[in-house]
Design a protein around this ligand. Sequence first.
Ligand SMILES: Cc1cc2nc3c(=O)[nH]c(=O)nc-3n(C[C@H](O)[C@H](O)[C@H](O)COP(=O)(O)OP(=O)(O)OC[C@H]3O[C@@H](n4cnc5c(N)ncnc54)[C@H](O)[C@@H]3O)c2cc1C
Length: 334
Amino acid sequence: MDTTIIEQFARVLAGPEAVITDPQVLTTAGHDFWGFGGTPGLLLRPGSRDEVVAVMQLATTHQIPVVPRGGASNCSAGMMPNQDRILLDLRNMNRVLDIDVAARRARVQPGVINAALQQQLAPYGLCFSPDPVSQPLSTIGGNIIENAGGPHALKYGVTFNHILAVEVVLADGTVITLNANDEGPDLLGVLIGSEGTLGIVTEATLRLRPVAPITRSLMGGFATAHDAAATVAAIIETGVVPAALEWLDRAGIVALEQFTSTGYPTTVDTILLIDIDGTAEQVNHDMAVVEQILRRMATEVRHADDDQARARLWYGRLHAPELVLRSGQAFFIG
Ligand SMILES: Cc1cc2nc3c(=O)[nH]c(=O)nc-3n(C[C@H](O)[C@H](O)[C@H](O)COP(=O)(O)OP(=O)(O)OC[C@H]3O[C@@H](n4cnc5c(N)ncnc54)[C@H](O)[C@@H]3O)c2cc1C
């Protein structure tokens, strides 16, 4: 990219290492977790909303496309820089600005890592519901723009259900705020899941929820996928909504076992991993309902009643993406 243009960007960004031209860093930053991407002409790391505004104004003046970047964990090749584009890395904007415990809401910058936010919320007994398996590396900005879900989306919904407001910088540097209760067309809904095409998220107000007092897990192993599907239907029919209900097929079970000892039964065709959460009374009731169905339909049933046992049961599923990556296969279980 033209050095006089690079100098102009350098003048509007204050932070150290905010303007990067090192080819190796550009290539690394320009590729996502799965290896998709490209090498941008320039990497910029703004530290504030005002810096994002200045960058977008300059980029528009020079007609340079801008590709936003969070944790680069998306599964949609949603971050595709090249030599003619600027990669805008939002991870320096990583402050939790406010946690309002009584109102159960938090105001955050876009580069806050999902898992880091959950850690800050835990002492208040609160959480941000979206729990993508990429929690340790994905950002709230990326969660919003990909409308991320997670294992617990069945009961608690996806990111769309938990965003109250978003501040966005548009291509020409205009700053707008979109609220969930705005009248007229649902522009916030249009932005959520837009894969970086509409603007740069510079702040978000998130809806929080109380962490359920108790969570217990069950695993069912099934002789056929049909039995597992019938089990899912039977559970849903009872009105019990598991916090999570995850499906592992035969190919997935065998593939995972090649790279780590998951402890999952390898003789079954399908595995269901089920979380039940709520108060002790609710959990006891729902566990009994679900277990009764599993005992009827599954060839093997396991319980995980404390955090350690649950972590062991979920290990294979939660590490599936990195295990698949290690396999070198061009597919993923995400
Ligand atoms: C191991 C692993 C497990 C995963 N598990 C799940 C899962 O369980 N559920 C699920 O839904 N997804 C999952 N994903 C996909 C991915 O983690 C999510 O899509 C996540 O929300 C992406 O966040 P990110 O910060 O990495 O965003 P990036 O990958 O950096 O960016 C995603 C998109 O958003 C744009 N973008 C980023 N930040 C901004 C911003 N501030 N403003 C505007 N645009 C922006 C980018 O240009 C890109 O188009 C997984 C991925 C991996 C690697």
